[in-house]
Design a protein. Structure first.
Length: 86
């Protein structure tokens, strides 16, 4: 599986852990998770923590808005992770 597909799958799996009812196949990558999945603040924070654990990242609070959509997550994680983490 290509690296970008693995990254996408890992992000969506992390989202499903927080919002199991989410239809991840129907997500528009450029629209916010809040608008599509109905993530509240606590769910979003749990999602960010899940991303930090999965990708071995330290995400600072000022970067959280960058993670509000699938495309934002893909861009952010691709730019900030180490190659071995996924």
């Amino acid at each position: 599986m290509p690296e970008d597909e693995r990254l996408r799958a890992a992000i969506l799996e992390t989202l499903k852990q927080v919002a199991p009812e989410a239809d991840t196949a129907a997500l528009d990558p450029n629209k916010s998770f809040r608008d599509q999945v109905g993530l509240d603040l606590i769910d979003f924070l749990n999602f960010v923590v899940g991303l930090e654990e999965r990708f071995e990242l330290r995400i600072i609070e000022t970067d959280y808005p960058q993670l509000s959509s699938l495309q934002g997550c893909l861009d952010y994680i691709a730019a900030h992770r180490t190659p071995a983490s996924s």
